[in-house]
Design a protein around this ligand. Sequence first.
Ligand SMILES: Nc1ncnc2c1ncn2[C@@H]1O[C@H](COP(=O)(O)OP(=O)(O)OP(=O)(O)O)[C@@H](O)[C@H]1O
Ligand SMILES: [Mg+2]
Length: 128
Amino acid sequence: MGRVIAVANQKGGVGKTTTAINLSACLAEKGQKVLAIDMDPQGNMTSGLGIDKDEVEKNIYDLMIGQVGVEEVLQKEAIENLDIIPTSIDLSAAEIELIGVDDKESSETLLHQSKTIMSILLLIVHHR
Ligand SMILES: Nc1ncnc2c1ncn2[C@@H]1O[C@H](COP(=O)(O)OP(=O)(O)OP(=O)(O)O)[C@@H](O)[C@H]1O
Ligand SMILES: [Mg+2]
């Protein structure tokens, strides 16, 4: 069974990104199959885990608005045992853009996408 760890805190500069980078890298180093999902538009975890943000074509924003599937945003084995779904500054616009979308449709898209992410996460863990 996969475990989901969210590193979240409303306060800025308290070490969320640093914790997420080091925790995911250490778990991968220990042989756990890890999927790191960067939900911060600043993208410091994405770049901190070695992904060049300028080279990323599709990211968590495209996934959340339902434009692409998980397979298209997944950066596989960016580090051994560690896959990443990168973020983008575009994510900061998602909340505003989604205001115009029908609530039911929007929440169904998000629900569907997060279920898909969870399935992939479980799949990765189970396939070790
Ligand atoms: N355990 C720690 N000990 C000392 N310094 C730390 C520790 N964790 C993080 N820092 C430092 O604290 C600063 C803020 O860390 P970080 O960027 O991870 O915070 P954050 O919560 O993600 O910030 P933001 O809200 O801006 O996204 C950085 O300079 C980082 O190097
Ligand atoms: Mg941060």
